[in-house]
Design a protein around this ligand. Structure first.
Ligand SMILES: Nc1ncnc2c1ncn2[C@@H]1O[C@H](COP(=O)(O)OP(=O)(O)OP(=O)(O)O)[C@@H](O)[C@H]1O
Ligand SMILES: [Zn+2]
Ligand SMILES: [Zn+2]
Length: 806
């Protein structure tokens, strides 16, 4: 018998393994590894989606096997490389393999299920309300729109006596977009004759036939443009088909993402000396086809992007493909322009601002090997490119490369695995590399390439630190220091542009009663609710619970209940008050929510339709506007207060990056850094953009405290509805682990989670730190897969390697 090993679409520990199914006769020549299939699962005969990992011919089995119901693809959607990668990622990060497989594909290829209620035996039903449901049909969708909730207990009863039953459907959401196209069927002479024989009043038809006569169609043409140009209705077109004037067909088309304006074609620049040295090293690795990882450490504005582009060009010339990762969608519009400007339609885009349909179509262009270059965010690391010659990770230090939620993974690990498999070159680029990458370069695991000067030999901006406690002591403004105001005024006069950043990371926009200190909290989680002005609600960022914004304190009745901390919108208002003539663009979550908004706002700023760009950390990276000469960091230190050992690193990176937006072309740039911690080393070293000094200092602290990159970290999170139980279980697990893993591995905790309760479940954490432990991965996979069975069925365990938030 032919069988298939299949990963099924059920995310539980018990199902997280390949299941064996029989391949029925009619599917034997079709089913291949990497295809999505429909299979029955469990006792209810429920139909679900699965991924074929492996096909085994002529297997002898003792047990009867369930057969595959149907295939959902005619060709594999995942190749061998990605199938193998999915297993490796799942194991390394303690994920369910199904979640990894799904993350590798566009959203629309995820299964969508529908459940229906069916009438099995009408004779057994004596309830009129139930009978009414089935008056004109014997199957209805099992949804509240169709079934009143008060009938549920009766439905359960009839289901028990087999009068009613359920049926499950698996739907394919992946829709291919089609367009109508036409071709002429006749010769010019024939059209001419038709035209002459037309009735004198048939003016429109005459126009139509003339158009066909004068426009020969060697290829299929869009019907819509014909309709548009000659003002024809769908009926006119159908009539023409019936008359035998044209033939018509439906063809597949791609939904291509558009930008707000056209992209200028660009040519390679002549590299400066530092760039040439770096490029030559990369180029020779590309030629030798030996998998090499480069850390390209280049100060802001040093021209890293130009090196990427020229390396991509070489890769394409060699007949290979390139994968270019960028951190966040905000960075993408400018970067996309630069890549598309060089490589045009040879580029596919994968980022979250695309619609589902566009994403699916871009993915299919890659899958069919129609493009050589893919630009995308984190999940684009799964792009189904073959023949990869080059992988680039721009701003490699960015925490958004780590997916901290199911399925967990770090794009950098995957980039390195894929580069290895393809004998490809991997470039990690940044002005402020992660300490982990910089340390690997120190040990020659990565090859370090440095760009110490800006591309146009222009100086780095000079920066000034302002002590905000001094400003406030002398009666100044909390948001704008006099020094910053002076500089803004000066730039406005000179018609130069300004970028202001309000650092909101680790900064909650919550409400507080000024009289009794009451803060509105989430009823399910131990967390303050955050205010959202656009929706006029208080929202919980963890569980999504919402409430109206309170106008009166529910505890003491005071009306002095107000937002705590300053939002971008408020800062914008204050700024506009001070500089009524200034044109301001604000970029934050509220103004960039709409599709294409980021691109549009940045375009406006680039065309100098505004003087000041004010925003959250989303404006800190990658922007390249020549006329910006002043950058203001309004509150440098909010990131310093995050309870995370990376707080200093994040602060240093953020300030250095945003400061680097100033003076990138021919004008000298200035930076004003407002802070309450003017003596902090992260801030002082960011002032001079001195990455190497920061690296040295931070590394010695990390060593002292046993943190990354000296030690790896893994965090185990346990949740349970009962607070005492979770604590007891946590201690049990620690004792068990002690026996399984190497003695050199340090175990911290258990301790209550930093948020004690989430979605009504109590949280406990255990942290592990280790340099090397070859028993750990296996022990943790065992724990995660079997804990519910062995320990307690209510416990939920998640394990996070190198967590972003400790
Ligand atoms: N060889 C060159 N000749 C002329 N101009 C160059 C050259 N290389 C780069 N530039 C220009 O210098 C500016 C800065 O380059 P780029 O944006 O690539 O720097 P970057 O290192 O990626 O910066 P950041 O890390 O700050 O985003 C750009 O406007 C770019 O067009
Ligand atoms: Zn109060
Ligand atoms: Zn909540």
């Amino acid at each position: 018998m032919d069988v298939a090993k299949i990963i099924v679409d059920v995310s539980t520990r018990q199902t997280n393994k390949p299941w064996t199914y029989q391949i029925p006769e009619n599917l034997q020549s079709i089913v291949q590894p990497g295809m999505r299939v429909q299979v029955p699962f469990g006792n209810g005969g429920r139909q679900i989606q699965g991924f074929v990992l492996e096909v085994v011919k002529g297997e002898t089995t003792t047990k009867p096997l369930k057969p595959i119901t149907n295939v959902l693809d005619l060709e594999p959607v995942l190749n061998q490389e990605l199938l193998q990668l999915s297993a490796r990622i799942a194991e390394h990060n303690f994920n369910f393999q199904i979640n990894v497989l799904q993350a590798m594909l566009p959203n629309v290829m995820k299964a969508k299920y529908q459940k229906t209620l069916i009438l099995l035996n009408p004779n057994l039903i004596d309830d009129n309300n139930i009978n009414d449901l089935f008056i004109d049909r014997d199957e209805i969708p099992f949804e509240l729109d169709f079934i009143p909730i008060e009938l549920m207990s009766k439905i359960k009863h009839y289901q028990a006596i087999k009068a009613l039953g359920f049926k499950y459907y698996l739907k394919n959401k992946a829709k291919i977009k089609k367009v109508k196209k036409y071709k002429n069927k006749l010769s010019s002479d024939q059209y001419d004759e038709i035209r002459r024989n037309l009735n004198k009043n048939a003016k429109k038809q005459a126009r139509f036939v003339t158009a066909l006569m004068e426009n020969p169609t060697p290829d299929w043409q869009l019907v819509s443009s014909l309709q548009h140009s000659y003002k024809l209705t769908a009926q006119d077109i159908n009539q023409a088909v019936t008359n035998g004037w044209i033939s018509m067909t439906e063809m597949e088309t791609y939904r291509t993402p558009t930008l707000s304006s056209t992209i200028q074609k660009t040519k390679p620049l002549v590299l400066n000396e530092e760039q040439s040295v770096a490029f030559d090293a990369i180029n020779s690795a590309l030629n030798q086809q030996i998998s090499t990882t480069f850390l390209l450490e280049g100060v802001t504005g040093s021209g890293k992007t130009e090196i990427y582009l020229q390396a991509i060009a070489r890769t394409i010339e060699a007949g290979k493909t390139a994968l270019f990762l960028v951190p966040e969608i905000t960075l993408t519009p400018q970067m996309v322009r630069r890549v598309k400007g060089r490589f045009g339609d040879d580029v596919a885009l994968l980022h979250s601002a695309l619609s589902d349909g566009e994403r699916y179509d871009e993915w299919r262009r890659i899958q069919r090997q129609e493009v050589h270059v893919v630009v995308g965010v984190r999940s684009a690391i799964f792009a189904p490119l073959e023949q990869i010659g080059l992988i680039i990770m721009d701003e490699e230090h960015e925490s958004s490369y780590k997916q901290d939620d199911n399925p967990r993974y770090h794009a950098r690990d995957i980039a390195s695995w894929r580069a290895n498999r393809h004998q490809a070159v991997l470039i990690l680029g940044s002005a402020t590399p992660s300490l982990e990458s910089r340390a690997r370069a120190q040990k020659h695991v990565y090859q370090l390439l440095e760009l110490k000067k800006r591309a146009l030999a222009n100086p780095l901006p000079t920066a000034q630190i302002i002590d905000m406690s001094e400003v406030i002591k002398s009666g100044g403004d909390e948001v704008f220091s006099p020094q910053l105001l002076d500089q803004i005024e000066e730039r406005l006069e000179k018609k130069q542009q300004i970028i202001l950043m309000l650092n909101r990371r680790g900064y909650a926009n919550f409400m507080m009663c000024r009289d009794c200190g009451y803060v509105p909290m989430c009823p399910n989680c131990d967390l303050a609710l955050t205010m959202h002005k656009d929706t006029y609600r208080m929202e919980c960022h963890v569980c999504g619970a919402t409430q109206p914004i309170p106008h009166k304190c529910p505890v003491c009745g005071s009306t002095r209940i107000r937002p705590f901390g300053t939002g971008t919108q408020k800062v914008e208002e204050q700024l506009q008050d001070k500089f009524p003539q200034a044109r301001i663009i604000r970029m934050d979550n509220d103004t960039t929510r709409k599709k294409g908004a980021t691109d549009r706002l940045l375009e406006q700023f680039g065309q100098q339709k505004a003087d000041i760009l004010i925003g959250t950390q989303m404006i800190a990276k990658g922007l390249d506007f020549p006329n910006v000469t002043l950058v203001g960091v309004l509150n440098a230190d909010t990131t310093l207060k995050i309870p995370d050992y990376r707080a200093s690193e994040r602060t240093f990176q953020l300030i250095t990056q945003v400061a680097g937006r100033a003076g990138r072309a021919d004008k000298v740039g200035n930076v004003v850094i407002q802070t309450f911690n003017p003596q902090h080393y992260a801030i002082k070293l960011a002032q001079n953009q001195d990455y190497e000094a920061f690296y040295q200092q931070e590394m010695s602290l990390r060593k002292t405290w046993h943190y990354s990159p000296y030690y790896y970290a893994i965090q185990i999170k346990l949740t349970h509805p009962n607070e005492q139980d979770v604590a007891k279980i946590a201690y049990k697990i620690v004792n068990w682990l002690r026996e399984q893993i190497m003695p050199s591995t340090m175990i911290f905790g258990p301790a209550p989670g930093s948020i004690r309760r989430v979605k009504n479940r109590y949280v406990y954490q255990i942290s592990l730190r280790f340099k090397y432990d070859d028993k750990l991965e296996q022990a943790l996979n065992l724990l995660v897969n079997d804990a519910q069975k062995i320990i307690d069925k209510n416990i939920q365990i998640s394990i996070n390697r190198d967590p972003i938030n400790l």
